[in-house]
Design a protein around this ligand. Structure first.
Ligand SMILES: C[S@@+](CC[C@H](N)C(=O)[O-])C[C@H]1O[C@@H](n2cnc3c(N)ncnc32)[C@H](O)[C@@H]1O
Length: 293
């Protein structure tokens, strides 16, 4: 081992040793580096991997959800649908195949490129617009969407005030009576035990060279936030990456009231994905909110 590598590894270990006991929520961004080009390419592999549903649910489950949302959102061919944090467009393109006019927003470059190609290869590119953009900075102009989806828990990766602003922004992009489907973790089911784990690998989300992943999970009882902190030591360079992932949880009453304040008149609540047979259905609550007419 060279002196330089030795020194970098030692510094990384001391930095981990000297970490704050309990991470400040959102202090280090609070989200995965989805918009980093290399991370986005690696994440795309996970989205498309049919052996697990961690990034995007597997096709069989996705199609059940799409059938469900089709009914609950009152979609029909020609409906204008906004997919917020659309990822690689696996939901959006299926909605377009069924006749919807889609706008998908996501800031993952590899995901947006994949969604655009998928729309072309499915022959629905004329009904799909995919925009690479941070959803917090999206301007929908005079959009008049019939419906919107915000699924797989992504509203929770934003601070409460950002979540409020996002709900209001989506409400204003919908036509009167338009519907929004939001999927959020069930606060009662979130793991609140302090937990640590580690593994080594040379493939997957954290890169294709040998690394050591040290993970910690915390529950911030005051703010009701689940926080995961990852320390990644790249063993060939000694480089340390530290990532903190925050999930703001909500009780149902709070989320319903936030939706009403954002401009939605009525909110239907479906625990456990309305009992759809998804592998993790119990973990989730789905909200279908209708904008004031
Ligand atoms: C778990 S994936 C789900 C993607 C898609 N909804 C699905 O189920 O296939 C979360 C997505 O949220 C996107 N995302 C997270 N924060 C975002 C932000 N601030 N602006 C835009 N996209 C964001 C990520 O890039 C990623 O594609």
């Amino acid at each position: 081992m060279t002196d330089k590598l030795n020194q970098s590894l030692t510094e990384a270990l001391w930095k981990i040793y000297n970490r704050p006991d309990s991470p400040e929520p959102w202090a280090m961004g609070g989200n995965l580096p989805w918009d980093d080009p290399d991370f986005s390419k690696r994440m795309l592999r996970e989205h498309l991997d049919e052996s697990h549903g961690a990034a995007t649910r597997v096709t069989k489950e996705r199609l059940m959800q799409i059938d469900w949302m089709w009914k609950k959102l009152g979609l029909q061919p020609g409906a204008r649908l906004l997919d917020v944090t659309c990822g690689p467009g696996l939901y959006a393109v299926e909605f377009a195949r069924r006749g919807c006019e889609i706008t998908g927003i996501d800031f993952g470059p590899a995901s947006i490129a994949y969604a655009q190609n998928l729309a072309r290869s499915e022959g629905v590119a004329n009904r799909c617009t995919f925009v690479q953009q941070d959803v917090r900075h999206m301007d929908y102009g005079n959009a008049n969407f019939d419906a919107a989806t915000f699924i797989y828990g992504q509203l929770a990766v934003f601070k409460r005030e950002e979540a409020r602003a996002l709900l209001a922004q989506i409400a204003s992009a919908l036509k009167p009576g338009g519907k929004l489907c939001v999927e959020l973790l069930n606060q009662n089911r979130v793991d609140k035990k302090h937990n640590t784990w580690w593994f080594t690998d040379n493939k997957g989300l954290w890169g294709n060279r040998p690394f050591l992943h040290l993970g910690e999970r915390f529950w911030n009882e005051e703010e009701k936030i689940s926080i995961e902190r990852f320390h990644l030591i790249h063993l060939e360079t000694g480089k340390l990456d530290q990532i903190t992932l925050c999930d703001q949880t909500y009780v149902v009453e709070t989320m319903v009231s936030m939706m009403k304040q954002a401009g939605f008149a009525a909110v239907e609540v479906y625990p456990a994905w309305d009992n759809l047979p998804l592998y993790d259905a119990e973990e989730w609550i789905v909200y279908v909110a209708s904008k004031t007419c």
